[in-house]
Write a protein that binds this ligand. Structure first.
Ligand SMILES: [Fe+2]
Ligand SMILES: [Fe+2]
Length: 199
């Protein structure tokens, strides 16, 4: 999808009140990909500075683990795995091999995030750098794959299925963010990006 569609989706994602959301599910997930893409770029930049002798900055990586663990894993991926994928399989608009690939990639991302957490805790910059390089490479490919399969085919769902997804997505996000707003999540992503850019 084009950058302008993605940026428009992010603006709507930020503007809608939590109790009255109407953004279609595929655009909600696309908006979240915009934030995730920015964080991946920041992780890449920060890892490159460590290769060049920079320190392992705990506060930076703790923000990254917070974003990837609490927002991406517990909210974004649960919307996909527990709601969008089952709805699309039921409607016959997602091939089974796509579903299996997406679930495998999510599991790999979860494992890498947990290992990254360990690497940061141990202060092992080489392990962190290696894990970041794998995570960034795999997640860029994963999001691109989702945008051309999962998200583009989601537009074929019925109005009733979309309404069920709306309710399901809202419940997942409320449970995952536990009182944090979308604006706070965007600020977290921006803090990560600006911290890596100012080195
Ligand atoms: Fe995903
Ligand atoms: Fe996604």
């Amino acid at each position: 999808m084009s950058p302008s569609v993605a940026e428009g989706a992010l603006q709507t994602w930020l503007a809608e009140a939590a109790t009255q959301r109407q953004q279609p599910p595929h655009l909600e997930l696309l908006a979240e990909h915009v934030l995730m893409t920015g964080v991946l770029s920041a992780m890449d930049r920060e890892a490159a500075t460590m290769v060049n002798g920079g320190p392992l900055r705990l506060e930076f990586w703790q923000d990254v683990v917070d974003f990837n663990g609490n927002f991406v894993h517990l909210s974004h991926r649960v919307k996909e795995e527990s709601h969008l994928i089952p709805a699309m399989l039921a409607a016959g608009v997602l091939p089974a091999d796509h579903e299996q690939a997406i679930r495998r990639e999510h599991q790999a991302a979860k494992d890498l995030t947990l290992s990254l957490c360990d690497g940061v805790g141990e202060g092992d910059w080489e392990q962190v750098q290696r894990l970041v390089s794998l995570y960034v490479f795999r997640m860029r490919a994963h999001m691109s794959h989702e945008e051309s399969s999962l998200l583009s085919h989601a537009t074929r769902l019925s109005t009733a299925a979309l309404a069920r997804l709306r309710a399901g997505f809202d419940a997942v996000e409320a449970a995952a963010l536990r009182g944090r707003s979308r604006l706070e999540i965007r600020r977290l992503a921006e803090r990560i990006s600006s911290a890596s850019a100012t080195r």
